[in-house]
Design a protein around this ligand. Structure first.
Ligand code: ATP
Ligand code: MG
Ligand code: MG
Length: 365
């Protein structure tokens, strides 16, 4: 639904802002939610107000319970360390009725946050330094949440990184072969099948209690970090819609999957796809500089598996979607999902070749 001036006003009136509110305008470059800035009428202060995308997030109540639980815990952790809890974590502003979100007369779901001032939000990794900043900031997030009871969070996307289940879905798509495409991708199917046992490594480590269940963010991009204008350090992790119980290896691995290369996700020419071990080291160094203190040697080595398995899993999902007829990942040309799958598999091969090096690097920090 379109957001009218009236709806905006209605939503802003619902929240317990500490000033009377004035101008409201669209803000930022997010792609999922509708983000607005609400100014106090005296222009001395502003707030973030978002309409949650309920097509993507079908259970905003559970989502906001997760957000409130995690940010409440972060506040305490930050206060204990003498930090500024209004800048170093998101802070939910409740409605006047004390609820974490508001449902408008049009059915839209809204929430509000304290605006974190004097920060920049970079859209794209331009250099190693940016990548290091992402690593360091998400490592801090992991460190601050080390004692959080992760099992109490709602699994808002069920089995999101359950790699064995993703593998089963892949086999189902091969068996059904809805589009008659399986015969043309025999090599890719064989590639995945020969790695079936790998799919279990992380979930097995968890079930044997070798690594802890943690809070994962699941969208560890540079533009989900607010960077202090002066110090240029990442200070606040935002966009907590996908926080869930999971493994440190999931966030770490996914960051490596999309960050430690310089190719397009759908690169058709596999000669242009290279896993970049140097960028892996940059990220590992940043992440472990902040998260390393709370991690056992075993959990550190699980990060390397995370890199490989998040990449394999993503490739399997692209290949599954290709076999099923491109229902999930939007395409703009035929075989785009196949190219996406191949690119992930090329990266997996690169990671396998560099596996021992990655393990050595992880031990260094
Ligand atoms: P994405 O496309 O990354 O999923 P999204 O639609 O979920 O984004 P957010 O990332 O939550 O939206 O917010 C969009 C933008 O609004 C951020 O990139 C940031 O620039 C800005 N922003 C969000 N929360 C705050 C805040 N508390 N203080 C200052 N700026 C914020
Ligand atoms: Mg975002
Ligand atoms: Mg988001």
């Amino acid at each position: 639904n379109a957001i009218t001036e009236n709806i905006l006003r209605e939503a802003a009136d619902a929240f317990a802002f500490d000033r009377t509110t004035g101008e409201i305008s669209r803000y930022g470059e997010g792609h999922i939610n509708d983000t607005f800035v609400v100014w106090a009428s005296d222009k001395c202060k502003r707030y973030i107000m978002q309409r949650i995308n309920t097509d993507t997030f079908k259970n905003p109540k559970e989502l906001m319970e997760n957000v409130c639980h995690v940010t409440g815990f972060l506040r305490k952790a930050i206060l204990e360390k003498g930090g500024d809890p209004e800048r170093e974590t998101l802070n939910v502003i409740p409605t006047k009725e004390g609820k974490p979100f508001y449902t408008d007369s049009d059915g839209g779901t809204w929430r509000a946050y304290i605006f974190v001032e004097d920060t920049v939000c970079l859209q794209k990794v331009e250099n190693e330094n940016d990548f290091y900043t992402v690593a360091e900031t998400f490592g801090t997030f992991q460190n601050q949440l080390a004692a959080f009871p992760a099992a109490t969070l709602h699994e808002t996307i069920v089995k999101f990184h359950d790699t064995p289940t993703r593998y089963q879905n892949f086999e189902k798509a091969v068996a059904e072969d809805a589009m008659g495409r399986a015969k043309d991708v025999a090599d890719e199917i064989a590639f995945v099948r020969s790695r079936e046992a790998d799919c279990h490594v992380l979930v097995d480590m968890l079930s044997k209690n070798e690594i802890p269940l943690r809070v994962t963010h699941n969208d560890t991009k540079l533009n989900n970090v607010l960077i202090d204008k002066t110090s240029k350090k990442g200070i606040c992790v935002i966009d907590l819609d996908t926080v869930m119980p999971g493994l440190a290896a999931y966030d770490f691995g996914d960051s490596i999957r999309f960050g430690a290369n310089d190719c397009a996700e759908d690169e058709p020419d596999q000669n242009k796809v290279h896993f970049d071990l140097h960028l892996f080291e940059v990220f590992a160094k940043g992440f472990l500089s902040t998260a390393g203190a709370t991690m056992s040697e075993q959990e550190k080595s699980s990060l390397v598996w995370g890199a490989k398995l998040m990449t394999l899993e993503c490739g399997m999902r692209f290949l599954t979607d290709y076999l099923e007829g491109d229902h999930y990942f939007r395409i703009s040309r035929p075989a785009q999902n196949l190219d996406r799958a191949r690119t992930q598999f090329t990266l997996v091969k690169g990671m396998e070749a560099a596996f021992a090096d990655m393990m050595r690097i992880i031990q260094k920090y």
